[in-house]
Design a protein around this ligand. Structure first.
Ligand code: NAD
Ligand code: UDP
Length: 324
């Protein structure tokens, strides 16, 4: 609570996106007044429709690469605005670079002006196609700066550098979460990421498109676990980056098979060309999160996927977006 007894106020940029909307829910539950700022470029008003009318929730349609004005005090800023799926950031390369650089600068400037704590949504992509496995926060990564994914990876690396500079130079309280592939309700079924794509394909009886031979690995985190980790980090006094992800690693081919089994689909698997610079492996070392946040994921993949299935069933049934 503020000293005057009013509620704590939080700004969540990208708050109408997949993760941002879950964070709006969580911080409202924790008693915050939530200001959600989003330009709806990859997010959707549907994700926050249930919050409209809540007197502690406010939505501002704004592109955070431009000067950000928020009246009154702020205690915390969660900076989540950024395209996040490879399809999105390949379609919007310059916006992606701008939101990671200019948008982060604006959000940090606002945090400084309001004397608010700032938490940056960074990513496992800062490790690029990693040469160290699993990835610890001390690893500096292996990123191709001029590759197609570079627009996202380098924007996030720049954003981390900018956050640390504001911390060191201005004494701002900053937090950096390195998020590993997260899934759950409110993902767009056409966002191109592996999980929504496989769910959509399996539930509509189409072949599942595995890129390359499917031997590349990922470690998928259920959204509630991620939100818990972010909540704890935002309340902690820890400044260095923290990996939040589920260390349960799986090859993409096995993952596609799991989705087929889960959905009871008779879809086949087809193999398509592996996109350039696609990381071969990815698995978080979560020792730091365990130590400083007493955090670890509570849902194994099977359980998390089961919880997510009904959402995708509904989305595919609605056919609100065309099926491939
Ligand atoms: P998302 O696309 O659903 O959400 C991003 C939100 O940011 C959208 O609502 C979009 O409209 C908004 N946005 C984009 N540019 C903006 C701008 N210039 N001004 C205002 N709003 C803008 O994606 P997500 O999966 O929810 O990802 C949210 C954040 O988490 C991103 O920063 C992403 O890099 C990070 N992240 C996500 C994952 C994951 O697995 N989902 C993994 C690593 C990092
Ligand atoms: N992938 C795939 N088929 C698809 C979509 C993705 O085989 O239809 C692969 C992709 O090449 C990558 C993995 O699944 O190796 C995870 O992709 P996603 O886009 O979900 O996340 P990221 O590559 O950013 O980890």
């Amino acid at each position: 609570m503020k000293t005057n007894g009013t509620k704590k106020r939080i700004l969540i940029t990208g708050g109408a996106g997949f993760l941002g909307s879950h964070l709006c829910d969580r911080y409202l539950q924790e008693g915050y007044e939530v200001i959600c700022m989003d330009n709806l470029s990859t997010g959707s008003a549907d994700n926050i429709a249930h919050l409209i009318g809540n007197e502690d929730f406010h939505f501002i349609n704004h592109d955070v690469t431009n000067y950000i004005h928020v009246g009154g005090e702020l205690d915390l800023i969660l900076h989540f605005a950024s395209p996040a799926s490879p399809i999105d950031y390949l379609e919007m390369p310059i916006q992606t670079l701008k939101v990671g650089s200019l948008g982060t600068h604006k959000a940090l400037g606002l945090a400084k002006a309001k004397n608010a704590r700032f938490l940056l949504a960074s990513t496992s992509e800062v490790y690029g196609d990693p040469l160290v496995h699993p990835q610890k926060e001390e690893y500096w990564g292996n990123v191709n700066p001029i590759g197609f994914r570079g627009v996202y990876d380098e924007a996030k690396r720049f954003a981390e550098a900018m956050a640390m500079a504001y911390h060191r130079y201005h004494g701002l309280e900053t937090r950096i979460v390195r998020i590993f592939n997260t899934y759950g309700a409110r993902m767009r079924i056409h966002d191109g990421r592996a999980l929504p794509t496989f769910m959509r394909q399996a539930l509509s009886g189409n072949p599942l498109t595995v890129y390359g031979d499917g031997s590349q690995t990922r470690s998928f985190t259920y959204v509630d676990d991620l939100v818990e980790g972010i909540w704890r980090l935002s309340q902690s006094d820890y400044t260095e980056p923290v990996n939040i992800g589920n260390p349960q690693e799986v090859s993409i081919l096995d993952f596609a098979k799991e989705i087929i089994e889960l959905t009871g689909s008779d879809s086949e698997i087809v193999f398509e060309e592996l996109p350039k610079d696609d990381p071969q492996v990815r698995q978080p070392d979560i020792t730091r999160a365990q130590k400083v946040l007493d955090w670890e994921p509570k849902h194994d993949r099977k359980e998390g996927l089961k919880k997510t299935l009904s959402y995708f069933k509904e989305k595919v049934k609605q056919g609100s977006e065309s099926t491939s």
